[in-house]
Design a protein around this ligand. Sequence first.
Ligand code: PA5
Length: 444
Amino acid sequence: MKLSIEKVYPFISKEDILKLGKEAKDCNVVVENGSGKGNDFLGWVNLPSSVSAEEIADINAAAEKLRAKCEVIVVIGIGGSYLGAKAVIDALSSSFDLLKTDRKNPVMLYAGQNIGEEYLAELLESLKGKQFGLINISKSGTTTEPAIAFRLLKSVLEGNVGKAEAKERIIAVTDAKKGALRKLADQEGYKTFIIPDNVGGRFSVLTPVGLLPIAAAGYDITALLNGASEMEKATASSIEFSENKSEIYAATRNALYRSGKKIEILVNFHPKLHYFGEWWKQLFGESEGKEHKGIFPAAVDFTTDLHSMGQWIQEGERTIFETVISVEKPNKSVVIPTDEANLDGLNFLAGKGVDQVNKMAELGTQIAHVDGGVPNLKISIERINEFNLGQLIYFFERACGISGYMLKVNPFDQPGVEAYKKNMFALLEKPGYEAETKAIKERL
Ligand code: PA5
């Protein structure tokens, strides 16, 4: 993985970034030695290098058992209990996976990431006559969205195959001791995996939260962890600032923020990375957006969104910078054919791979955006595979911890997420919320 920051120099100087280098380094030390805010949630820091071969084997065995029985696997979870797995599985799967008939891998579907009645009704309709299994993920074990989805899907599964067989097709990933899901899983006798206490949701993709669905989808979690592990070493605080990509990224984005760039756009030119952007948005948004501070994380898919957001990015308020994830080589190739009539005037592209055109769009966009006042950072990976995704995941997690401390917030809590839940429970008259129900009704 490479990180290039030269295209921010027209806006902030190398010295501006170097000045923050010491701060980034100090914050990285704080991440490492656990002396900062939220230090009881630093279990992710050494996770890649500490996952044991037994744990990986246990996850692969459970995934294999589910794959043998199920043509469809529904992953139930929301936020950090969903986005990492979805990001990696989408990045590695065929874009038209659902249409594949010669499948080796189960169809992966998702539930519990919304409270859409039609979504759930349509999911239940699509599962009719299908052999399916469930991976139910919730650290707290009490989150409403996945709990509703699990209640519905469990009852359909038990109706289809009976309670005893359903038990073989349900795996729960949750806390070791606490929460409704732990109680339910123990009582029903489901196979379970534990989310470590000291790993928060958005930093949990390299625990069974992400690893189990990724393995169930047929991908290589050892390679994913190897990539992450390599990045764990490469971003340790002992690595000099000039070589430490997470520190450089954290320092650069904070220097830009302090110069008035309040919005960061994560850009991909590869449609399979759409959910990687969603995962990244949660990682940085939930970690940094607090105490009325924080870079607003947005994500776009180019060239698609150049035809929608492109205008704003090129000429809107100059408060943005962009970080592009660039993939050097596609895993599959398509060459543009010659057409004798050339009615579309495209023969100048004949013989070129589609990716060559995409690369020129990428370079052309970078030049246009920098000319238009948008600082540009570029992260390049050779190709999309498990190893490189593992590197990217850890690189961003480490940078997020450092950057959050540079902003002087606790990067590992999310107190703001509770506000809507409290109101929703009051409005739904949940037992225990009587005072809140009375108060909110008076405001309506
Ligand atoms: O990052 C986080 O902590 C959150 O996004 C959680 O992952 C999300 O709210 C789901 O929580 P839980 O796993 O407890 O159901």
